[in-house]
Design a protein. Structure first.
Length: 421
């Protein structure tokens, strides 16, 4: 048990829940990283001018989904809701596989696929972390979330490997079928995770969350802490959206071809998932356990700022690839376990509903206005990608400060919870 604790952070009675959490995340991200390069290739093919429209439709879909999500989680037991939600994603993937395989209304299908995949990818990961924050408490999260994210990194590496080395042999449409198989595995593991509550959280599995349709939105605006998390996510969206538009523009000008572009995205993801487990097992574990959530989150803003400065100085594909890796490694290797560690210190309703609003409606709403802002700077004012990168770089400083504030607040809340217990 001493070795297990040293490697994973798990103590007696926690190993089963940790295993199923890591396994669930493995299959969720494996499925996701098969679909993402397909989505990104669609966006690159349609060009940077279409990105704001795609983000707008994604945001509108999330506005519709958020109250439906809240209604279901209020009325269904946790175990039933998890099975229903991931089963819905499975049927969606199979439907798109049929449409793309038969090339039915191909342009409309590709646009719809981009919107669907962008919307549900965040929702699927957010739902997983809501479940995990319900199974583990704040102290357990700081110990074990890095190990859980390592499971996700291995899953992402599997998905990226399939895309990188199998796209030409399998075909882009059939990648969706492989993804559907992985979602099926995720459903089983998520069900087992829900049944494997640790001694600290035992008894919550059969409890309904309750609350109203708009409870997530109301909780967001009532809590300064949740508002802070929402602003942090908005800054993450700004950093990602501006850079996504820059990368789309640079790759479109490079004109590498559709299959080569898909494989390029797959190789970036694969390299990232080789780096991430090393990062999570060493630096992230140390930072969360010894330094704190705030410092860990602030390093994400620092990595984004340096990446923008680099692409402003050298706007070429090799530098773009390095910056993509740096930003994604910081987001998924540092940000994800750290940001999810902010949630065990809030109520169950906030974990499922407010978290869904922030991770989806707020995040995708930010995608809309930041993509429009990029379009205004680029097409409206005629600014080059280099100038826009220089504009974005100093904005990351404010994000850096917000990260430190959130970390301190989370620490205060966790201490108050421990004192109350």
């Amino acid at each position: 048990m001493g070795l297990l604790t040293k490697i994973t952070g798990a103590k007696a009675g926690e190993g089963r829940a940790l295993f199923w959490a890591a396994a669930t995340f493995f299959f969720v991200l494996a499925a996701y990283y098969i679909l993402r390069p397909v989505r990104d290739e669609f966006a690159t093919h349609t060009g940077v001018r279409s990105v704001p429209q795609l983000y707008l439709w994604t945001f509108l879909v999330n506005l519709v989904v958020a109250p439906i999500f809240a209604m279901l989680i209020a009325r269904l037991r946790r175990s039933v809701f998890i099975l229903f939600f991931y089963g819905f994603l499975l049927t969606n993937a199979l439907a798109f596989w049929v449409l793309l395989s038969l090339e039915i209304a191909l342009t409309a299908t590709q646009w719809t696929f981009f919107v669907w995949q962008t919307a549900v990818s965040v929702l699927s990961v957010s739902t997983f972390w809501s479940l995990t924050a319900d199974v583990f408490d704040g102290e357990q999260a700081r110990r074990m979330f890095p190990a859980i994210t390592i499971g996700g990194s291995f899953g992402g590496a599997l998905g990226s490997s399939i895309v990188s080395f199998g796209t030409e042999a399998i075909g882009r449409a059939n990648l969706l079928l492989v993804s559907a198989l992985l979602v099926t595995c995720a459903i089983f593991c998520a069900w087992r995770l829900g049944k494997s509550a640790t001694p600290v959280t035992k008894g919550l599995e059969e409890e309904k969350v309750g609350g109203g349709l708009l409870a997530g939105f109301i909780a967001l605006f009532k809590s300064p802490y949740l508002l802070g998390i929402g602003v942090w996510v908005m800054m993450l969206s700004l950093g990602n959206t501006f850079f996504y538009s820059i990368q789309t523009d640079l790759l479109d000008k490079a004109d590498m071809g559709r299959e080569a572009t898909t494989a390029f995205f797959g190789r970036i993801d694969l390299t990232m998932h080789i780096i991430n487990p090393i990062l999570q097992f060493t630096i992230t574990r140390y930072l969360l356990a010894r330094v704190g959530v705030g410092i860990t989150l602030s390093l994400v803003a620092l990595a984004y700022g340096l990446s923008y400065a680099s692409i402003a100085l050298w706007p070429v594909i090799p530098v773009l690839a390095v910056c993509m890796l740096a930003m994604r490694a910081s987001q998924y290797g540092l940000s994800n376990p750290a940001r999810e560690s902010l949630w065990p210190v809030v109520s169950r309703e906030e974990k499922y509903k407010a978290k869904n609003v922030i991770d989806n409606a707020v995040f995708r709403g930010s995608d809309v206005w930041t993509s429009q802002a990029y379009r205004g700077l680029n097409a409206g004012l005629g600014l080059s990608t280099t100038v826009i990168a220089w504009i974005a770089a100093p904005l990351m400083a404010g994000w850096f400060v917000l990260s430190l504030i959130l970390g301190r607040t989370a620490q205060t809340r966790a201490a108050a919870q421990q004192g109350a217990s």
